[in-house]
Design a protein. Structure first.
Length: 240
């Protein structure tokens, strides 16, 4: 491992995301992005030639995504550590990349706030998995839904907030599990804005598994996964 700045390869097929991550990391004095890749093949080639300390890779990148990058890295003599990032919490995503060898998993909407600290934590840990989604006293919950209210992702914060586990709700409709209408609120006006790539914010009243109501603020972020337009909803609320 180098004694200077932490040397990083960033791999993401979205150019805007690649550059945003690069700017974020390079702004830290102890971090340096040394290579950029838009697919798995290029990523593995750069990792082989540059021998970085760490790789930040998109989970859904063409060529096998973060899983393929992790598996390729594991075959190397001096493998770098890997942080996998994803726009959504589709069921099994986190588990698949961690099983393949990633040291940490991070949602893209949290990258601006958490990525630099997660990079440092990963490099300080002795190969131990860093669970950036685990929250001791969560005041933020994340869920992923499509325009019809089908649940694709449900993080630990959502489990704590609503009382439903991911295993219980992923694949179900929001109204089928009893979550209140505020959880969806995908009005025609909102969908129009999301389809244009714009975020949407709203205050709402929602309902937990035990039927208790609560007030929250939601930020709705549009993403596309498997060709399906989905919405990452980041919910902030007062913890009790």
């Amino acid at each position: 491992m180098s004694t200077g700045p932490i040397r990083i390869v960033v791999a993401d097929d979205n150019e805007a995301m690649r550059m945003a991550i690069t700017d974020l990391l390079n702004a830290a004095d102890d971090l340096e992005v040394v290579g950029l890749a838009a697919n798995v093949s290029k990523a593995l080639s750069l990792i082989t030639s540059l021998s970085p300390d760490l790789v930040v890779t998109d989970v859904w990148m063409p060529g096998g995504g973060g899983v393929a990058v992790c598996k390729g890295v594991r075959l190397m003599a001096n493998p770098p550590r890997v942080i996998a990032i994803s726009a959504s919490l589709i069921r099994g995503t986190k588990e698949a990349v961690l099983e393949a060898g990633a040291t940490a998993f991070l949602l893209k909407d949290a990258a601006a706030k958490d990525l630099v600290s997660v990079v440092r934590q990963v490099m300080q840990q002795n190969g131990e998995v860093v669970d950036s989604l685990r929250q001791e006293n969560p005041t933020v919950a994340v869920r992923v839904v499509d325009r019809f209210g089908t649940i694709f992702g449900w993080d630990e914060g959502a489990e704590v907030l609503y009382g439903w586990t991911a295993e219980e709700v992923v694949g179900q409709k929001l109204d089928e599990v009893g979550v209140g209408p505020g959880a969806l609120d995908l009005t025609s006006e909102m969908m129009e804005q999301l389809s244009l790539g714009r975020t949407w914010e709203a205050d709402f009243t929602d309902v937990k598994k035990d039927h208790a109501k609560f007030q929250a603020h939601g930020i709705y972020v549009p993403v596309i996964a498997f060709g399906i337009v989905q919405c990452v909803v980041v919910i902030s609320y007062e913890s009790s």
